[in-house]
Design a protein around this ligand. Structure first.
Ligand SMILES: [Zn+2]
Length: 294
């Protein structure tokens, strides 16, 4: 089965030569049946540049998403990204809500270029995982303090990244293709409702064991959100095959058909990124006669 993985970070090791990393990435991905992937740049480090190395070498495989800083960059960064061959934006950790009107010029430019915007949704991880780690462990405290210090009084909050904000963006930019990451983890209800009613809003299912467990235990698929609005994403760049196998197991348990799986693993993303063209009749000019006398 063909797979389009919509959530792959460029491997985080900045010490290594980007071209070598790309070769490994392609090899591992292809072995797992991944034929296309969104490769995410980042507003930090030189990952945006690294992504261009991948796009230039394997333009069929990689759909680059430029990691933009909503607070420091503007629409010109989007135009530059489009000229460089990027197909969308990766957006995370803004200082205001995703739907703050000061960000609209960026979304406007993204819509103009036919971009797909992948927004992180839900509480952002980092530092340590206190579900399995002891917050009173002195060694851990020493290790996470520098990380915590970086956000001191900086105005950062996961509350800026709730999936309901994708509803505002979808209403205001109806042709902008929008992906919320991790099925809105922690806000599944809102994520599902937004996806249900806004044509261009999709969610990726990345998030590993926890999202898989929630999908089953909370009966999210297909009762709350269906194969029409889900995209396969691994959020991983080493364990492609394992992630695909684990999701297939979940889909087995949900008794999902081959057609439904195909949409999640490949078809929806292929349509979003134009690999499978959608024949849309051109819009009627405003005020055109409809014959019903209104
Ligand atoms: Zn991610």
């Amino acid at each position: 089965m063909k797979v389009f993985d919509t959530h792959v970070h460029f491997p985080w090791d900045e010490e290594r030569d980007a071209a070598d990393v790309v070769e490994e990435l392609v090899e591992t991905a292809q072995a797992a049946g991944v034929v296309h992937m969104c490769l995410l740049g980042s507003r930090w480090g030189d990952f945006n540049k690294r992504v261009t190395v991948a796009m230039d070498k394997y333009p069929e495989m990689f759909f680059g998403l430029y990691g933009i800083d909503l607070d420091a960059e503007g629409p010109e960064a989007v135009h530059e990204a489009a000229a460089r061959g990027y197909r969308g934006l990766k957006i995370i950790l803004p200082l205001k809500r995703y739907d703050d009107p000061t960000y609209f010029p960026i979304y406007d430019a993204a819509e103009e270029h036919g971009f797909t915007c992948l927004f992180h949704t839900g509480v952002i991880g980092g530092g340590a995982d206190y579900r399995i780690q002891d917050p009173f462990d002195p060694a851990l405290i020493e290790r996470v303090r520098p990380w915590e210090g970086r956000s001191r009084r900086a105005g950062v909050s996961s509350a800026h990244m709730e999936p309901i904000m994708l509803d505002t963006i979808a209403f205001n930019f109806p042709e902008l293709r929008i992906i919320g990451a991790h099925l809105g983890i922690g806000y599944y209800d809102l994520a599902a409702h937004v996806a249900r009613w806004r044509r261009n809003v999709f969610f990726d299912i990345s998030g590993g064991e926890m999202v898989r467990r929630h999908v089953i235990e909370r009966r999210l698929v297909p009762a709350e959100i269906s194969h029409f609005k889900l995209l396969y994403g691994s959020d991983n760049n080493a364990r492609f095959a394992d992630e695909i196998r684990d999701w297939q197991t979940v889909f087995d348990m949900l008794r999902m058909s081959e057609e439904q799986r195909e949409r999640i693993f490949y078809g929806n993303a292929a349509r979003l990124f134009g690999i499978i063209p959608i024949e849309v009749p051109s819009a009627e000019p405003a005020g055109a006669a409809t014959g019903d006398g209104d």
